[in-house]
Design a protein around this ligand. Structure first.
Ligand code: ARG
Length: 587
């Protein structure tokens, strides 16, 4: 379905053409003087130079050519030659009614036939999810939903970190605590126990303890390093222990992501890419891409136009060990083999940008991906506390995601109970739903690449640019719809030509939906959806305050209002679904 603004431009272009001017001059833009008009066309100003004629006269000729148009309720030529436009009410209503019948609210099928892998979440096994992982999960989930909505075949992969030094640290720490465990008996050849020798809470204590120890004790650090190498070389006992760590962690991670309403199609791990490494390295050497530098195997990836230094991509360390970049390259190889993706998107902390620059360039240069495959990096900024420093607990520790969610849910619960519109039992469930909107909207309403301040009071407020405010607006619509459904003699809600200015403003906001959603997809910018639904919610609430809906006696008119708020609800609900949360029935 065509964008409203494009339809207006086409109409103006016709006017220019009929008056003997270049139709390209007919470009219509949103008015920058909303007090005077809704849209404007400044083409006559440009035409004046081209055709050496007074702009006012040109504008007048164009306006005369267009004459009475269904698209415009007003075409006004003002000095020195602007054309001010107001949109026709019947045309606008028809447009919206068509939009409500279209699939995807009239958006183009941007992703048709395209496969996209989204790498997000990126938690590390055996480390509890903390706020640092929140942004990747929230932003990645939203982009996944947006792209899927726009027709892409999307594969979301959590890409678990399960292969680094943290595994060796845990293994070594477990050994110190329970040296008698069969996993450490080199001569053992039987089956290993099915039960893990630790619970998730023990595991979560083991890792930080080991990590702190390694910083102080170089002998322990060395042992942990050796254990990592042994694990990677396939030591049986270590593998069995690693399996336990993985299982215990993954079930805990799944529970956590579920609470966030974040789901992955794939639970692939760094280790899954390891089998691809030997052949990949061979091919890089054979192709003449990889060479030895100070004992390490590297591929040059700098380019002439670089303004800052891009160091070579290291493939193997001097001791033959693989690195984060090796794993990411091998993972790309695997993804190419399994899914043949048109695009691979990484939603990762922006401090890893250089790593991805190196990996992307190396993958292109060595032919791991096809030349036409798009490799995209969406780097996000840090979530800070009110003091402007990375978000911490009150005691200064790393904030666990679970705790954060609990805190916010508690704050929302108290607010709901103050309002007293929800029963206590329901309030608990409602609080969870509303809290999620507070967290996700608070994050997504900022441009991803920027740092932002996580402000619990502001995010949970039912007023202002917040998730709960959007939900409140939807709940308001639901409640009007409920009351309407109980009225006698009600009709089929069908949006009609507007009469008041607040009604028109709301309709014009609705008409922008497809434009905004498409831009959010193309620019991978969920914040654009947030901005939009905030405006839309404001439009709805203004309309609500200035219009008597349930008390309206003209039933025809009333059904028109119901059509309008019904479409507003659809658009709002679609948008929050794409952001990754939903609305309760009451709050
Ligand atoms: N596990 C990594 C971390 O915590 C993030 C992984 C991002 N994805 C990737 N393919 N490198 O930093």
């Amino acid at each position: 379905m065509k964008k409203l603004i494009d339809l207006l431009t086409e109409e103006m272009a016709k006017g220019f053409e009929q008056a003997g001017y270049d139709p390209a001059l007919g470009k219509v833009t949103l008015s920058n003087r909303p007090d005077l008009c809704e849209y404007q066309c400044n083409g006559a100003m440009a035409a004046a130079k081209q055709y050496k004629k007074a702009p006012f006269a040109i504008a007048q000729e164009v306006a005369d050519q267009i004459g009475e148009s269904r698209l415009f309720s007003e075409i006004q030529v003002v000095k020195p030659g602007f054309i001010n436009l107001k949109i026709g009410t019947a045309f606008l209503a028809d447009y919206l009614n068509q939009m409500s019948r279209e699939e995807r609210l009239g958006c183009e099928n941007i992703g048709q036939g395209q496969v996209m892998v989204i790498d997000y979440g990126g938690p590390n096994v055996a480390k509890p999810l903390h706020v640092g992982h929140l942004r990747s999960a929230i932003i990645g989930e939203s982009i996944k939903r947006i792209c899927r909505y726009m027709g892409y075949q999307v594969i979301g992969d959590v890409h678990l970190g399960d292969w680094g030094l943290q595994m060796g640290l845990i293994i070594e720490e477990v050994r110190e605590r329970q040296p008698e465990l069969v996993y450490f008996d080199e001569s053992y050849t039987g089956d290993y126990p099915k039960e893990a020798p630790f619970t998730i809470s023990q595991l979560e204590e083991i890792y930080p303890c080991a990590s702190a120890k390694a910083k102080e004790d170089p002998v322990f650090a060395g042992k942990a390093h050796d254990a990592t190498v042994k694990l990677q070389q396939g030591n049986r006992g270590y593998r069995a222990l690693w399996d336990h760590i993985l299982h215990v962690s993954v079930s805990d991670l799944k529970r956590n992501y579920e609470a966030l309403d974040v789901t992955f199609d794939l639970w692939k791990k760094e280790s899954d890419a390891q089998p691809y490494i030997p052949d990949m390295v061979e091919a890089m050497k054979k192709g003449g891409y990889a060479y030895e530098s100070q004992g390490a195997l590297v591929v040059d990836v700098k380019e002439e136009t670089d303004t800052k230094e891009v160091p070579p991509c290291i493939i193997l360390k001097s001791d033959g060990a693989t690195l984060y970049s090796t794993t990411d390259l091998a993972t790309l190889l695997e993804r190419e083999k399994l899914f043949h993706p048109d695009a691979v998107l990484y939603v990762v902390d922006k401090r890893q940008e250089m790593h991805f620059t190196q990996v992307f360039r190396c993958a292109r240069k060595t032919g791991i991906v096809r030349p036409e495959t798009r490799l995209l990096f969406l780097g996000f900024g840090t979530m800070n506390g009110k003091d402007g420093k990375p978000f911490k607990t009150r005691e200064g520790g790393v904030m666990r995601l679970e705790t954060l969610i609990q805190d916010i849910t508690g704050a929302v619960y108290r607010k709901i109970m103050e309002n007293r519109t929800v029963e206590e039992g329901d309030a608990r469930e409602t609080a969870k739903v509303v809290a999620l909107s507070a967290i996700k909207y608070g994050d997504l309403s900022n441009q991803a690449s920027k740092d932002y301040v996580f402000d619990v009071d502001r995010f949970t407020s039912f007023e202002g640019n917040t998730g709960p405010y959007i939900l409140y607006t939807i709940v308001r619509i639901k409640s009007i719809q409920n009351r309407y459904s109980q009225l006698e003699g009600r009709r089929e809600p069908v949006l009609r030509g507007c009469e008041s200015s607040c009604e028109k403003e709301l309709q014009m906001e609705l008409a922008r939906a497809s434009e905004v959603l498409e831009a959010a997809c193309q620019e991978m910018a969920p914040h654009k959806i947030c901005q939009y639904i905030y405006d839309l919610a404001n439009g709805l609430n203004k309309f609500y305050h200035e219009t008597k809906i349930i008390a309206e006696e003209d039933q025809e008119k009333q059904a028109g209002y119901m059509g309008l708020i019904g479409l507003t609800r659809t658009v709002l609900e679609t948008c929050i679904g794409l952001l990754g949360f939903q609305a309760p029935d009451r709050m």
